[in-house]
Ligand binder design. Structure first.
Ligand SMILES: NC(=O)c1ccc[n+]([C@@H]2O[C@H](COP(=O)([O-])OP(=O)(O)OC[C@H]3O[C@@H](n4cnc5c(N)ncnc54)[C@H](OP(=O)(O)O)[C@@H]3O)[C@@H](O)[C@H]2O)c1
Length: 251
């Protein structure tokens, strides 16, 4: 009788152990790898922090790693300039066999360009980084994304034509319209491959880009919203232009 109980106990313990192993395996296999450009500060850094905090993997890509980023303990690929073919090819090489589930094109620059002081070199530079840089990174890293993968374009409400009620900011606005359009085309082109694309506005956020404006939300609040949008991104809603707070924005 006691032998039967011991047997039953051992079988139950074995069952629990097997179940636990299965759950652990499925948690481990559902760990996703996110690659984030412009990751040394601002929203890019906060993406890395929250992605790591929730148990996913972040690959932080940047021109030069900050102290904070180095201290985070995520994989860092520095020395990358997204405007350079060679630099992005070098990133691809350094990534080796790494697969990516989510590519976040976050790196950008913002220069104030008014009608009175049109600086075409600066407008061109903003196109190079904000629009062409993101498209270049996407093209080069695309073979690393499988069906179920996601691409994120960090655009801006400043790149919404319908929402432009105040003018100016020629280079930044024009480059973000171009980026959003690239994102929309990618959403159509990548749908048959099972890859979804989000075009996201983070809100007005307290980063160096906005001189840490007191009117803005913190990177922490912004990225919580952005990750909720990315988690909810599917092939059904691919190509949508969202605010981090979930509002669908006009083109
Ligand atoms: N903050 C806002 O309120 C706001 C609003 C709307 C949209 N956004 C968008 O959100 C994204 C993140 O913005 P943020 O506020 O976090 O900006 P940020 O603090 O200015 O950070 C921009 C990042 O992009 C990197 N970067 C610039 N040029 C690059 C290049 N050629 N190659 C590689 N990396 C480059 C910067 O690297 P360095 O540190 O080396 O310069 C930096 O890491 C951007 O796409 C921005 O347009 C921000």
């Amino acid at each position: 009788m006691i032998g039967n109980y011991t047997n039953a106990f051992e079988q139950t313990a074995l069952g629990i152990a097997l179940l636990w192993e299965k759950v652990n395996q499925s948690v481990a296999s559902s760990m996703a790898t996110y690659l984030i450009t412009g990751a040394n500060r601002g929203i890019g850094y906060e993406y890395c922090r929250q992605i790591q905090e929730r148990g996913d993997k972040a690959i932080a890509v940047c021109p030069e790693a900050s102290k904070e980023l180095k201290a985070l303990g995520v994989r860092v690929e520095e020395g990358i300039d997204i405007t350079s073919d060679d630099s992005v090819a070098n990133l691809h090489k350094k990534l080796g066999e790494t697969q990516i589930e989510v590519l976040i094109n976050n790196a950008a620059i913002a220069k104030s360009i008014t009608l009175e002081h049109l600086d075409f070199d600066s407008i061109r530079e903003q196109f190079e980084v904000n629009a062409l840089g993101a498209l270049r990174v996407t093209q080069v890293l695309l073979p690393r994304l499988k069906a179920g993968g996601k691409v994120v374009m960090m655009t801006s409400r400043m790149g919404s034509i319908a929402d432009n009620t105040s003018g100016s900011s020629y280079g930044y606005r024009m480059s973000k319209v171009a980026l959003s359009m690239a994102g929309k085309s990618l959403s159509h082109d990548l749908k048959p491959r099972g890859i979804a694309v989000a075009i996201l506005h983070p809100g007005l956020v307290q980063t160096r880009m906005t001189n840490f404006t007191a009117n803005g939300i913190t990177p922490e609040v912004s990225v919580r919203g952005l990750l909720t949008r990315i988690d909810g991104l599917t092939l059904e809603n691919t190509g949508t232009f969202w605010h981090s707070n979930g509002e669908v924005l006009p083109w």
